[in-house]
Design a protein around this ligand. Structure first.
Ligand code: RUB
Ligand code: MG
Length: 467
């Protein structure tokens, strides 16, 4: 039919010629459609078309048609090429998603439709911001290399006053932790006003830095009802006397939106932009046949310029997730080039053919962090933030599946549920990390480190009870 003529081209000569953004969908047709018919509808609705061929199309509008260029009937997979001139100029990520995971997810023609992987051509990468301030910058500020950045989320999630909140931050920092984040719903609640929270955190940080001799970082949730309030929150932090580097901006990137993420990236290139992905499960969970994958979400976060995004614990923590999904996503945003589920993505600006001449540093995967200024080579890295049901006992198992230590971890209950309290929880986390770095089994290390011993006892038992 005409839909297929216009939106299917199984002989597309070179989908990687630089003109197309590529996507692979899992697609189960709905109703009486076969997969090719449904795929053509998807390509049409997510580029130039609608349900009927319209009389207003032009020869140029047809050039903007997305094209189904490959099918795998056994695995119910469909490859689509989107001419990327379709997308709003000026590096707008929100606009891309409005096309490729927009109306199509509501169409009758599909019973399942999940975008599993995407590929950006090098020519397109140049038009998008990518991260500015990276985890490497945070490492320099903290003077912490060759290990994960150790963090917590203040718990209870809600209900502490601003002074109580700051006291928990202080305890974690004094116990040896690096990084504290607001839990993602923390805002300007009546019992914990934002301005007071900021002021108390500043005092707590100053005190902890004085006492420990180490720099500390706090990630503030700046998500808000409107643009002006978000910027007001940012400015309040900028003007509260914090050292640059000691604060990050957390944004609820899904509920507040991509525009908020990109606004922060552009307004505050010198600040770590922390993308919290609350609500992502609605479209990423495997049991939901509609949506897009953690890999796709993470790749768009790097494109948009988040300094870090939560990528999951690969099943080691409390959230749904597997190494196939979470670790692939984490590696994809860390490295200059990585294998996704279907595509090998290069984030490099340097054409494949020139690579030998330039002697690209190979990022080694053997548990080392490679610090480098990536910006001349390509899109800078975006840091995996690993969180959700972790505790000191689970640090090594996670590092083992991750294969490197270049991430930020935040443990909420894993710190504050420690029988000795938050300070001891932080100590146990630091000890678990030290044991890992010295390649000593934590049980062995715990013989001379009582906070770790208590953590092992408590969390092992608590995990068993929860089964
Ligand atoms: C974790 C927490 C974070 C989740 C989000 O608290 O508050 O919001 O990590 O999930 P706790 P994800 O450590 O007590 O479980 O990181 O998968 O997006
Ligand atoms: Mg949280």
């Amino acid at each position: 039919n005409s839909k297929q003529e216009a939106y299917v081209n199984m002989e597309l000569p070179d989908p990687t010629n630089g003109e197309y953004l590529l996507g692979v969908f899992h697609l189960k047709p709905g109703g009486k459609f076969n997969i090719l018919q449904a795929a053509a509808e998807v390509a049409a609705e997510s580029s130039t078309g609608t349900n009927f061929k319209v009389n207003t199309e032009t020869s140029f509008s047809r050039v903007m048609n997305a094209l189904v260029y490959q099918l795998d009937l056994d695995r119910e997979l469909v490859w689509i090429a989107y001419p990327w001139r379709l997308f709003d100029r000026g590096g707008n990520v929100q606009n891309i998603l409005t096309y490729i995971v927009g109306n199509i997810l509501g169409m009758k023609e599909v019973a399942a439709l999940k975008l599993l992987d995407v590929w950006f051509p090098p020519s397109m990468l140049e038009q998008y911001d990518g991260p500015s301030y990276t985890v490497d910058d945070m490492r320099k500020y903290l003077d912490v290399y060759d290990r994960p950045i150790l963090g917590t989320i203040v718990k209870p999630k809600m209900g502490l006053t601003s002074a109580e909140y700051a006291e928990v931050c202080y305890d974690f920092w004094v116990g040896g932790g690096d990084f504290v984040k607001n839990d993602e719903p923390q805002a300007n609640q009546d019992f914990c006003p934002y301005d007071k929270m900021v002021k108390h955190v500043k005092e707590a940080m100053d005190k902890a830095v004085r006492e420990t001799g180490h720099k500390k970082v706090h990630s503030f949730n700046v998500s808000a009802a409107d643009f002006d309030t978000m910027i007001e929150r940012c400015e309040m932090i900028v003007n509260a006397g914090f050292e640059p580097g000691s604060y990050a901006f957390l944004i609820d990137g899904i509920t507040a939106g991509w525009m908020a993420v990109q606004t922060l990236r552009r307004r505050y290139p010198g600040v770590f932009i922390h993308f919290h992905r609350a609500a992502h499960g609605a479209f990423t969970r495997p049991e939901n046949p509609l949506g897009f994958s953690v890999l796709v979400l993470s790749k768009f976060a790097r494109l948009a310029g988040a300094s870090g995004i939560h990528t999951g614990t690969a099943g080691v923590g409390k959230m749904q997730g597997t190494p196939e999904e979470d670790v692939v996503a984490a590696h994809e945003i860390q490295y200059m080039s990585a294998e996704g589920h279907f595509f090998k993505q290069s984030w490099s600006k340097i054409p494949e053919t020139d690579k030998d001449a330039i002697n690209i540093v190979n990022v080694d995967m053997a548990h080392h962090v490679v610090l480098e200024d990536d910006s001349w080579r390509g899109m800078k890295k975006c840091c995996p933030i690993v969180s959700g049901g972790l505790n000191p006992v689970r640090l090594k198992p996670f590092i083992d599946v991750m294969g490197n230590v270049d991430f930020i971890t935040t443990m909420g209950s894993g710190v504050h549920a420690h029988p000795g309290g938050t300070q001891d929880g932080a100590r146990a986390l630091v000890q678990a990390c030290d044991a890992y770095l010295q390649m000593i089994d934590i049980e062995e290390y715990a013989k001379s480190h009582k906070e770790l011993a208590q953590a092992i006892e408590y969390f092992t038992k608590a995990s068993k009870d929860a089964m």
